[in-house]
Design a protein around this ligand. Structure first.
Ligand code: PLP
Length: 383
């Protein structure tokens, strides 16, 4: 097994490395013992840190909106869905998509038991949700439309602006799951009633996220009781988490979202694609639609993606797979099968997701390792 320091981490879409600035801000905030609700000076200092963090996250997400801190993407989405649909789940229609994150597909199943009717839109073979399909799914009692800004497995960027225009003609609320795009695409100008983000996907701490809310939109709380977060989330605030998230957001605005940052990411993407095209075995991108440059989902016919990922892992490289593994049962990804991929093709997927600090030398190392692993797996399979 390779030493920890030699490891190459290319699974940013699952969770990205904690930025130094976020770590510093988190440590700094934790030096203050206080609860931000306390009246003393320490309490006020904690309260100031929390307000500063909110102001920065608002700049990141759109200054005209409200921002509520949550524990992450899942909670932000669940607060949106339950908060927008409550108190009655009868005669309520929800539009969502088959490629939604598994964290929320389970929620939809529960909502159906409570009486909500749900239309799950199927993506195209490229993994796109078509605005006309959203329009067709709308009913007079559609309260909420949920869709991702970009998919976590394929990286495919959804036409959220067009969907938003379609929904504006209707009275439904639009929730955008921007967990994968925060720090990669500017969000402040994306028109949506609700937007969910998570700090650990853009170099902030795990366990903190935010929900952006259009002013005036009323949601019911899911953690109710005390009046924290405008009554939407009772409980002592995670000041250090918010400070870490804000520091990461600030760095993204300065680096990843700058013209030079975006150009560098595109350059790295081109280098990845060139390397993949030069491999001696067949290896195709899962989609030809516009995709996040940082997320590369490839299919390698004849081998299993989990076996490739395990082989790379032994060589010190962490990547993701398109399949969800449950002990001995390896199911193909619901995202890839909903795009119409056959089971074997879906099981052959791996996802490489990188960041601004990834280098060409590291990409070369992945290509060499991929070559080695896939050749071995193919020779074992007699191909
Ligand atoms: N939505 C998407 C698209 C995601 O990729 C994830 C995490 O993988 C989530 C939601 C859930 O976010 P969190 O891990 O912060 O709960």
């Amino acid at each position: 097994m390779t030493e920890k320091n030699d490891r190459l981490y290319l699974d940013h879409a699952a969770s990205s490395p904690l930025r130094m600035c976020a770590r510093q801000a988190w440590l700094n905030a934790n030096q203050f013992p206080a609860n931000p609700s306390s009246r003393h000076q320490d309490g006020m200092r904690a309260s100031d840190l929390f307000s500063d963090a909110r102001a920065t996250v608002k700049l990141f997400l759109g200054d005209d909106y409200e921002v509520v801190f949550t524990s992450g993407g899942t909670e932000s989405i669940i607060l949106s869905v339950l908060g927008a649909l409550s108190p009655t789940f009868e005669d309520v229609h929800l539009v969502a998509t088959q490629i939604d994150h598994s964290a929320v597909l389970g929620l939809y199943a529960r909502l159906e038991q409570l009486g909500v009717t749900i239309t799950l839109i199927q993506p195209t073979r490229s993994g796109l949700i078509r605005p006309q399909d959203v329009e067709r799914a709308l009913q007079p009692n559609t309260h909420l439309v949920c869709m991702q800004h970009a998919n976590n497995e394929t990286g495919v960027i959804q036409p959220v602006e067009e969907v938003s225009r379609v929904i504006r003609q209707h009275k439904a609320i639009l929730l955008i799951d921007a967990v994968q795009t925060a720090g990669k695409i500017p969000l402040a100008t994306v028109d949506a009633d609700l937007m969910a983000v998570s700090a650990h996907k853009f170099g902030g701490p795990r366990g903190i996220g935010a929900l952006r809310i259009r002013p005036g939109l009323k949601l019911a709380p899911i953690i109710m009781g005390a009046s924290h977060e405008s009554g939407l989330r009772a409980g002592t605030e995670n000041v250090a988490g918010a400070a870490g998230m804000a520091a990461a957001a600030e760095e993204c605005m300065r680096n990843e979202l700058s013209t030079t940052g975006k150009e560098r990411i595109k350059q790295l993407r081109r280098y990845w694609e060139k390397g993949l095209a030069e491999l001696e075995f067949e290896c195709t991108l899962v989609s030809d639609a516009p995709t996040l440059s940082e997320t590369i989902c490839i299919l390698i016919p004849g081998v299993r993606g989990d076996a490739v990922a395990d082989g790379l892992d032994l060589l010190g490289i962490s990547v993701g797979t398109g399949s969800a593994c449950h002990a001995s049962d390896f199911s193909p990804s619901h995202v890839l099968t909903s795009m119409g991929l056959e089971r074997d093709a879906a099981l052959s997927a791996i996802r490489i997701s990188f960041g601004l600090n990834t280098t060409e030398e590291e990409i070369d190392r992945v290509m060499e390792s991929l070559d080695l692993v896939v050749r071995r797996l193919r020779s074992i399979a007699g191909l």
